[in-house]
Ligand binder design. Structure first.
Ligand SMILES: O=C(O)CCC(=O)C(=O)O
Ligand SMILES: [Fe+2]
Length: 215
């Protein structure tokens, strides 16, 4: 009896350990490089962005049309137009410093991209809702590089299966690399922050399959 009792207890422990391993908190496949850009590089991009052809397109959700709560522009190589959040965005020609940063990312990390989405948030009331950057034209296996300039803002990540949430603070000059396949199992968002009064720019460098929308 005694022995049998131990036997059952052992099995019980094993089962418990296995359960604990399965419940381990998932970690997002990201690399954060604080202060990736120096002051001069940040300043050159911030000044350049004064002349970017930003727009605030309207999105239709459940039959209602709302302008997005930020401004954006997409720069890309020829044939790299982007269907983002249901909006068809034509690629604008590359500005000098946005292109230099693309080349620097490739030199430093082998990070290949052929387009960049630039978002401009006027202050903490401009936001980005929960989403994944999982459009069909993104090259499978490619990483997305996100560079922040200006105001510091919180950035949320959410594992869709477990609902695990991670909060990061992104400061001016920081680089966040979102590695493949983050976009298939995690969403991200930039929440509202009433206390933030300064503008923020974010550049996400992406690798698209060229001519995807020209059949
Ligand atoms: O502004 C950010 O940090 C995030 C931008 C973003 O997620 C996107 O452009 O898809
Ligand atoms: Fe995104």
């Amino acid at each position: 009896m005694q022995q049998q009792g131990f036997g059952f207890e052992d099995i019980g422990h094993e089962a418990k350990d296995e359960g604990a391993a399965q419940q381990q908190t998932p970690r997002p496949p990201i690399t954060l490089i604080p202060g990736y850009l120096n002051q001069a590089q940040q300043g050159a991009l911030i000044d350049e962005a004064e002349h970017y052809p930003f727009s605030r397109p309207a999105l239709t959700l459940f039959g209602r049309t709302h302008p997005i709560p930020r401004r954006q522009v997409w720069f890309g190589d020829d044939g790299c137009d982007y269907l983002y959040s249901g909006l068809f965005i034509r690629a604008e020609p590359w500005p000098k410093y946005a292109l230099r940063l693309r080349q620097k990312l490739q030199r430093d990390f082998g990070l290949v991209s052929n387009g960049v989405l630039v978002n401009h948030y006027r202050d903490g009331s401009d936001t980005m809702g929960w989403h994944s950057d999982d459009e069909a034209e993104i090259v499978p296996g490619s990483d997305i590089a996100s560079v922040t300039l200006g105001a510091s803002r919180s950035f949320f990540l959410r594992h869709t299966q477990s609902n695990t949430k991670v909060e990061l603070m992104l400061n001016s000059g920081d680089l966040l690399i979102m590695h493949w396949p983050m976009q298939s199992s995690w969403q991200h968002a930039l929440p509202k922050r009433a206390k933030v009064t300064q503008p923020r720019l974010n550049l996400t460098y992406r690798h698209l399959i060229p001519h995807f929308h020209q059949g």
